[in-house]
Design a binder for this molecule. Structure first.
Ligand SMILES: [Zn+2]
Length: 398
């Protein structure tokens, strides 16, 4: 937060930190092993690579031991019913569809699989399960587990790697597979944190705002380079480019580095509460939160009239292939949802997503995954779109 604020001050922006109270959750020890399973050699156990899901309650320090019940989806869980689920560890083995990701539908593949990470533990708990595991969401096969937010369920919740999910499913199909699972995560009291907000004041209509943004927080397994340091960099670079080129947009360009996107969205909630009365004056809100691979254009929750107004901007973006504007019915970024729902034109950068979910929320989300040239293209896309909307003679229609 301090680093981002200091860099934005160097660009002569008006910078402030706005308070956000965020949940505090620490990961702790995370281990799992099969201790009793078909074909087991005497004196051995089988290591299972597991990671805790965000916000999970812990197991006792010595772990829990129970039979694993494997289901592919919610219907199978419901069909088993309480009698076959109570007292067990449920594993949701929903596959991430790599074919969709490879064909350019990575977000769709993610949406299908992530439903089990988000809601699976809650469903399992309702049927008396004592813990819940999900198959890691994502396309990589390097035995890396994927973490992320999960709805509070009251039972310990983790993710196992796709390889381990396959192994458990294979063994459980042959007979009883019992697991010892230890997760010592801790939920502490809320702590004070901040959204970083920086204004490049508009020359004619400073009260009319174009937001460019990314989120500061990231999951702890990696370093959060693609999710979402890249998005913060793209938003900062938008202001940097406009300043470096000595441009003077009519409306205010507001850079926001959001806090707590990953663990509940308290940053955008706090912002919406403090700024809701301004939303009528917002020209557009933008977020970059899908990595920094080559940008293809924008997902856009905008009216048909607005789409027409964006056509000349698409012409400019065409020079580096970032010219698609794909209408969506939902907000194209989680932090800009409150404004999108209030009717503010909302745009999210749409990068080539084919590899994003190989790294997202895993230990492999590190800076080497960022290609500088592609990061620059993302910044250029947001700068072109942001500057254009901030410079229109009339505000972008809704
Ligand atoms: Zn993100």
């Amino acid at each position: 937060m301090d680093y981002v604020a200091a860099e934005l001050r160097k660009l002569d922006l008006e910078v402030r930190l706005e308070e956000v109270r965020v949940p505090r959750w620490t990961r702790g020890v995370e281990t799992a092993e099969l201790i009793d399973y078909p074909g087991q050699a005497a004196g051995t156990t089988q290591k299972i690579v597991v990671t805790a899901l965000g916000g999970t309650v812990p197991t006792p320090p010595g772990g829990i031991t129970a039979e694993v019940v494997v289901v592919d989806n919610f219907d199978q869980l419901a069909a088993l019913g309480r009698q076959k689920v109570a007292g067990k560890i449920v594993l949701f083995n929903e596959l991430f569809d790599k074919r969709k990701a490879a064909a350019g539908l990575a977000l769709e593949a993610y949406g299908e699989a992530v439903a089990y990470r988000a809601e699976g533990p809650k469903h399992a708990a309702e049927l008396g399960a004592i813990a819940a595991l999900v198959r890691s969401v994502g396309g990589a096969d390097y035995r890396l587990p994927h973490t992320g937010w999960s709805a509070p369920s009251g039972i310990p919740a983790g993710a196992v790697t796709s390889e381990d999910a396959d192994l458990i499913a294979h063994l459980a199909a042959q007979g009883r597979a019992r697991m010892r699972l230890t997760l010592t995560s801790e939920n502490g009291p809320e702590v004070l944190s901040y959204n970083v907000i920086a204004d490049l004041k508009g020359s004619e209509h400073p009260e009319q705002v174009v937001i460019v943004s990314g989120h500061l927080d990231s999951w702890d397994l990696g370093t959060g380079a693609i999710d979402d340091a890249a998005g913060v960099a793209v938003a900062m670079e938008t202001a940097e480019l406009i300043q470096r080129l000595h441009l003077h947009p009519k409306r205010t360009i507001r850079v926001i580095a959001w806090m707590d996107e990953e663990n509940g969205g308290r940053g955008h909630d706090a912002y919406a509460k403090a700024h809701a009365s301004e939303f009528a004056n917002y020209a557009a809100v933008m977020e970059s939160d899908l990595g920094a691979a080559h940008p293809l254009g924008f997902n856009a929750k905008v009216s048909a009239t607005t789409l027409g107004w964006l056509k000349p901007v698409q012409k400019i973006l065409e020079s580096f292939g970032a010219n698609i504007v794909r209408p969506t019915s939902y907000s194209p970024g989680s932090d800009i949802t409150p404004m999108a729902n209030a009717g503010v034109p909302a745009l999210g950068i749409m990068p080539d997503g084919r590899t994003y979910f190989n790294f997202h929320h895993t230990a492999a989300d590190t800076l080497d995954k960022i290609a500088p040239q592609e990061l620059r293209e993302n910044a250029a896309a947001m700068a072109v779109m942001g500057y254009a909307i901030a410079s229109l003679l009339e505000p972008l229609p809704r």
